[in-house]
Design a protein around this ligand. Structure first.
Ligand code: IVH
Length: 672
């Protein structure tokens, strides 16, 4: 480099060189220079910037190493929502998608042009560029509001920090971890005594949702782009088709999968799906299907959107992977309410991207139905996030010494008798809080996110607290002091005082959270909310008669009995009262006076202007309830486009049928 150059020009030149070689290496996997030479350029840039800190800009390649940790992620609203795709789980569903699209467009299916792209298995991100510079990156979140992960995303080596053109654009895509990087990252995790990731998707998502960007920087992530939106609503990159858009993104130096391509009609979809499926295992990243999008943007616009999914695209998923393994043992686990769950311990098997060694069998009936015996060969299935299951027993391979499972008569943890209620499928340990496992799960449930939401008080910590006898009941959490907690394994002064203050700030919870936290049998999150809205205060709920409980919409005699039994239990009832005094749950707004008070409605089909969530919120605001199925008790079915069996059932039962306009009118009736 010429000595006459100013630091400014030197830095600018080096940045360009580093960015170019990083692109060759990380995006194209085709480096032009040896790694050593690249490192040298990088370090030269680093030291020049160190000497001239005022010249450091956010788009410098040196800024990928990660900044200081954040306290929390900021919430960011998406200018254009980031919604999801409809799934086709088999060929029939995929073909019916084509038929619908062809019909709507009035075209023969053989002439439909679609883009076919891998369905990357990672975390969706929108990366916003202003005048060509990466200014922010946001996770999908609930589609409308996501989390600001700019600092984390900037550490991804193949995401451009600056585009070749000074344009405003939001590029959307998936952050993934390549299979080879996953192996490396896991080896590093293991070497440093950290927990290994179960699969590349979890690793990618965990690494982005990591408050310390310097950690993200070590995780070898890759950004695969699949779309873009313009902030001003114009067509991104002037493209008129998806394939053009993808090409445009490639020109902007985003990494695009080489298997993204254009296909025609059903035959094209079938062929590409089969072709990608055949090569799936050899792809550098994991996919769980192929996304087909109508190629022409004008045609896309004609089809438009359903509720939350485009009608012009489909995610055609590969079937869940299945493997055969052997059942070594069937053990019984005791849950929070004492429910006994048989769990098959199988010979570890790698299926659907994770190693499976334990599979829940739900209850005795399930085991009988599938005729699963210890020693049997079984077919195991797992897809994506779904928990693994035993599909069937390979009875042809059964050995004569295979042993049928019997539910034990006493609890394997506390030896209390196991009881099966008349007509019920489940068995229960009668040990209640005497059973160490029930106690552990009850206490952990109390602190859990949807209950008291106490940060840092997970199952492991609860176990440590129980083992050290610092707590035996939930109310004991509130007597903990930082000094005793700091003596627990894995705790230090700061983490102990954090825990104690998290417990302290959990007081005055919303009433429904407190009810849910108690862990009353059959009283889940939704029922807790219903109870809280109807009774309004802890006192009223606590003193409710069985009749009053029974009048609450959606609560049947079984739940009523569970509530009564819970308060009648000397230990649980007393503990609940003690807790109520300590935490003082807030009063809930009582539902009353709304036009739909006490009425149950069912939603079906797509409403012309409202999303399902909006309609539900409107009904609930008017005091009504939304139920999932139609019965004689249903007040009305609100039906939109493409309403199905619920509408038929409503007609058969003579239940009133409303359209969106009628719903709005009825909801307003009470407020007029
Ligand atoms: S297009 C309206 N293309 O799948 C949504 N999505 O269920 C447009 N995904 O959240 C998304 N690969 O995270 C699109 N080639 C691809 C994709 C893809 C993976 C993910 C994405 C999205 C989810 C939709």
């Amino acid at each position: 480099m010429a000595a006459s150059q100013t630091p400014e020009t030197q830095i600018a030149e080096l940045r360009q060189q580093v960015a170019h070689h990083a692109y060759r290496y990380y995006a194209l996997d085709d480096p032009e220079i040896p790694d050593k030479a690249y490192d040298q350029l990088f370090r030269q840039l680093q030291s020049l910037e160190l000497a001239n800190p005022h010249l450091i800009t956010p788009d410098s390649p040196t800024q990928r190493i990660g900044t200081a940790p954040l306290d929390e992620f900021d919430q960011v609203e998406h200018g254009v929502p980031m919604l999801s795709l409809r799934d086709a789980m088999n060929e029939e569903e995929a073909m019916s998608f084509v038929d619908t699209v062809a019909k709507e467009l009035g075209l023969p299916e053989e002439s439909l042009e679609l883009s076919g792209e891998p369905k990357y298995d990672g975390l969706a991100i929108g990366a916003r560029y202003t005048r060509g510079v990466l200014v922010s990156a946001v996770t999908r979140g609930d589609g409308f509001v996501g989390e600001d992960v700019t600092a984390q995303v900037k550490t991804i080596r193949n995401i451009p920090l600056r585009l070749p053109e000074p344009i405003d654009l939001e590029v959307r895509g998936e952050v993934v971890m390549f299979k080879r990087d996953f192996d490396i990252v896991n080896a590093l995790q293991e070497a440093s005594g950290e927990k290994k990731f179960v699969n590349p998707r979890n690793a990618a998502s965990g690494s982005i949702r990591q408050l310390d960007p310097r950690v993200t920087a070590t995780r070898r992530l890759t950004f695969m782009a699949y779309g873009a939106v313009s902030p001003d609503g114009s067509t991104p990159l002037g493209a008129s088709t998806q394939v053009e858009l993808i090409e445009g993104l490639r020109r902007l130096r985003f990494t695009i999968s080489p298997i993204a391509t254009k296909v025609t009609g059903k035959a094209g979809i079938r062929a590409l799906f089969a072709q990608i499926g055949a090569g799936r295992a050899d792809l550098p990243f994991e996919i769980d299907g192929v996304v087909f999008k109508l190629n022409d943007f004008a045609a896309q616009a004609r089809l438009g959107w359903n509720n939350r999914t485009p009608r012009f695209a489909i995610a055609y998923k590969y079937p869940a992977e299945e493997k055969t393994t052997t059942v070594n043992q069937i053990v019984v686990q005791i849950g929070r309410t004492g429910a006994c769950t048989p769990v098959a311990k199988v010979e570890p098997v790698f299926v659907g991207g994770v190693t499976v060694s334990s599979i829940t069998l739900h209850n005795l009936d399930q085991i009988r139905l599938k005729d699963i015996r210890v020693g049997d060969s079984v077919v195991v299935r797992r897809a994506g996030d779904v928990i693994p299951e035993i599909v069937r027993t390979v009875t042809e391979l059964r050995q004569i010494d295979a042993v049928a499972f019997e539910m034990p008569t006493s609890c394997p943890v506390c030896a209390s008798p196991i009881h099966q209620a008349e007509g019920a499928a489940d068995h229960y340990c009668t040990g209640n809080l005497k059973c160490p496992d029930q106690r552990l799960y009850r206490l952990a449930h109390f602190a859990s996110r949807l209950a008291m939401n106490i940060d840092g008080l997970g199952e492991q910590t609860v176990k440590a607290l129980l083992d050290s006898e610092l707590v035996t009941m939930p109310s004991d959490f509130f007597c903990l002091d930082a000094a005793s907690v700091s003596r627990l394994p894995g705790f230090a002064e700061v983490s102990a005082s954090n825990l104690v203050s998290a417990i302290g700030s959990s007081v005055a919870p919303e009433l429904h959270r407190f009810i849910f936290a108690l862990g009353i049998e059959d009283v889940g999150e939704k029922t807790s909310k219903d109870l809280a809205t109807v009774f309004g205060s802890w006192k009223e709920f606590r003193n409710a008669t069985p009749e009053a409980l029974g009048r609450v919409h959606g609560i049947g005699p079984v739940t009523v009995q569970s509530v009564i039994d819970f308060f009648a239990d000397p230990v649980l009832g007393q503990e609940a009262d003690k807790l109520a005094v300590i935490v003082m749950p807030r009063e809930a707004k009582k539902a009353s006076g709304g036009a739909l008070t006490g009425l149950s409605l069912v939603l079906t089909g797509t409403l012309p202007t409202m999303s399902r969530e909006q309609a539900q919120a409107m009904i609930e605001a008017a005091g009504g309830k939304v139920s999932g199925s139609v019965s004689k008790k249903t007040h009305a079915v609100v039906a939109g486009e493409a309403a199905g069996s619920k509408l038929e059932k409503a007609t058969a039962l003579g239940v009133a049928i409303w359209d969106e306009a009628r719903l709005i009118a009825e909801c307003k009736a009470g407020t007029a």
